[in-house]
Write a protein that binds this ligand. Structure first.
Ligand SMILES: [Zn+2]
Length: 366
């Protein structure tokens, strides 16, 4: 091990991972640890063994701390010989860090770490799980808001919807499931664990189990991080690096209109089938619902109805294969229970019409 005299200090800069303040510090190495000293404060000790090389920025080598998100230490120029044996060796990431630019709020750092990994594994499927859920939630809140006041809520209706959600997912507190007062046969998953069921879908359902199957499918998109994948596919890394400023409308549009790959749809269906099995809800109703919707292909429907129906069809092509997956998961002789009681189902169906404050229809969102 290299011996360094305790009075030998090296100039550097430091982000502590909590604030966006960049501090000039001196590195004071003592054995396998070091302190970062400012004029009036001392941080540490930190272990050299916890250091990871992050990249190069404006001529400085930047290190992260394995245990502290957003923690950064920058050393300008050549690493002094005394430290180079203790710090991990620099690696090249093709100038990514330079171009991304460090120095924003600490939340950005976690995302940048993800982006660095993405240089190697840059596909939306690989990257989406690396985007922190907390960050995605903030973005979702900013984008979706209250959907222009169109989320319906009554005491009984909201309780029925919560009961269904709790039955289908182990961590329902991460989810925000809403019914939107819009006459469209569709349901979408949006960033940050938001799932929106449109009133038109509920109007066209004959039983709560049909809604349960569709809801569980959308929760599957959330859990498999398909929402983030779709946004990354459409908007690229700018979405995680640039944030949503000024482009909220187009991001929301993108999220609402994005369709998933066939594989993603299959994963969401698999999730739905598993969730319903765990919740003891029969998959037969969902299979029937799909069959009914696919017959309503619009050809023999009045125009308006056709457009409403094709909303779901355009984002969720209803293949015979999807229907059969639900049918085949039906277990012979199993005693299924309805996902909601008749009274609960009635409360859910009438939640929008019984909510005196809800906005309706399309029109401008304010
Ligand atoms: Zn889907």
């Amino acid at each position: 091990m290299t011996e360094i005299a305790p009075d030998h200090v090296f100039q550097a800069w430091h982000f502590d991972g909590k604030s966006a303040v960049r501090r000039p510090v001196d590195i004071q190495a003592i054995g396998n640890d070091f302190y970062l000293t400012e004029t009036e404060r001392r941080h540490g000790p930190f272990a050299f063994a916890d250091m990871t090389y992050v990249g190069e920025q404006n001529g400085a080598h930047v290190y992260g701390h394995d245990e502290i998100d957003g923690w950064r230490l920058g050393l300008r120029g050549e690493i002094p010989g005394e430290l180079s044996g203790l710090l991990p060796p620099p690696r090249r990431y093709g100038g990514w860090i330079d171009r991304l630019g460090l120095g924003k709020a600490s939340i950005t750092f976690a995302v940048i770490s993800a982006a660095v990994v993405a240089v190697v594994l840059f596909t939306p499927q690989w990257l989406a799980p690396l985007v922190p859920s907390s960050w995605e939630r903030e973005m979702g809140d900013a984008l979706v808001g209250d959907f222009g006041g169109r989320f319906c809520s009554t005491e009984d209706g909201s309780a029925a919807l919560a009961k269904m959600t709790h039955a289908l997912d182990d961590n329902p507190e991460d989810l925000q499931v809403e019914v939107a007062n819009i006459d469209m046969v569709n349901a979408v998953a949006l960033p940050g664990g938001k799932v929106i069921i449109f009133q038109g879908l509920i109007d066209n359902a004959r039983s709560p189990d049909e809604i349960a199957g569709v809801l569980a499918h959308e929760i599957g998109h959330v859990r498999e991080r398909h929402v983030m994948q779709a946004l990354l596919r459409q908007f690229g890394l700018s979405i995680v690096l640039g944030g949503a400023d000024g482009t909220g409308g187009s991001l929301l549009n993108g999220a609402l209109s994005s369709s998933y790959s066939r594989d993603a749809e299959r994963e969401a269906d698999d999730f739905s089938i598993r969730a319903m099995r765990n919740a003891n809800i029969s998959p037969a109703a969902t299979a029937g619902f799909f069959r009914r919707l696919s017959r309503l292909d619009g050809s023999d429907q009045p125009d308006q109805n056709a457009a409403r129906i094709t909303g779901y069809m355009s984002t969720h092509p209803l293949s015979g294969e999807r229907q059969r997956a639900f049918e085949n998961s039906l277990e012979e002789g199993k005693q299924y229970a309805p996902s909601l009681t008749a009274a609960e189902w009635q409360s859910l169906k009438t939640m929008c019409e019984n909510d005196p404050d809800v906005e309706s229809g399309f029109g401008p969102f304010d």
